[in-house]
Design a protein around this ligand. Structure first.
Ligand code: ADP
Length: 180
């Protein structure tokens, strides 16, 4: 199988191809929008697969807080998904790379891992945040994400397995290249 595993301390990062809505993990990360609306892309797919419970819990969270800023992550229930939580992380919109996008993208991954660790979770699945509708170029995004994940995993208490679930062949190849 053409996949890649990176060992980091007591943890592993796995690069795999698939549909993240089918993953069986403690937390599925959603590449969300500032107001946690269903929207399109992977976010729409996660809301559809998780069902009303996810969308309603997003509304409950938003009733009590301001819109997310890029890099932030919040947890909700996972509804019908094979997960305990959805962690909604907001990546940056690509504006050329000189307006804080790399730091914001790294924060989205780091904050998701730290939130999962605070919740005592062991496994977490990520999509390729910001590289769809938000337009972040794939190779730099994968490199930044892997660096941020390695650094975050050095400090985790409970998170042991990170799966990067790539839907399309181009994303998968870019992440494999970054991992190697
Ligand atoms: P963003 O707005 O953060 O760019 P998108 O949803 O547009 O988010 O895209 C992020 C990535 O998620 C893209 O590479 C897209 O191909 C991928 N994607 C879409 N549907 C799924 C899915 N079901 N599982 C995993 N990844 C998906």
């Amino acid at each position: 199988m053409n996949s890649e595993e990176i060992l980091v301390g007591h943890s592993v990062i796995k690069i795999i191809r698939g549909d993240i809505t089918q993953e069986r993990v403690d937390a599925i990360v959603n590449a969300t929008n500032p107001s946690l609306r269903p929207g399109g892309g992977v976010c729409g797919a996660i809301h559809r697969a998780g069902g009303q419970a996810v969308t309603q819990d997003c509304r409950r969270v938003m009733a009590e807080r301001q819109p997310l800023v890029p890099g932030e992550a919040v947890a909700t229930v996972a509804g019908d998904l094979k997960a305990r939580y959805v962690i909604h992380a907001l990546g940056p919109v690509w504006k050329g790379g000189k307006q804080g996008e790399p730091e914001e993208l790294a924060s989205a991954y780091r904050n998701s891992i730290e939130l999962a660790d605070r919740l005592g979770l062991s496994s977490i699945a990520f999509p390729s945040i910001s590289t769809g509708i938000y337009g972040y170029p794939l190779m730099p995004a994968a490199n930044i994400a892997l660096r941020a994940l390695r650094a975050a995993l050095e400090r985790t208490r409970t998170v042991r397995e990170v799966r990067i679930v790539l839907y399309d062949p181009d994303s998968y190849e870019a992440w494999l290249a970054a991992a190697r």
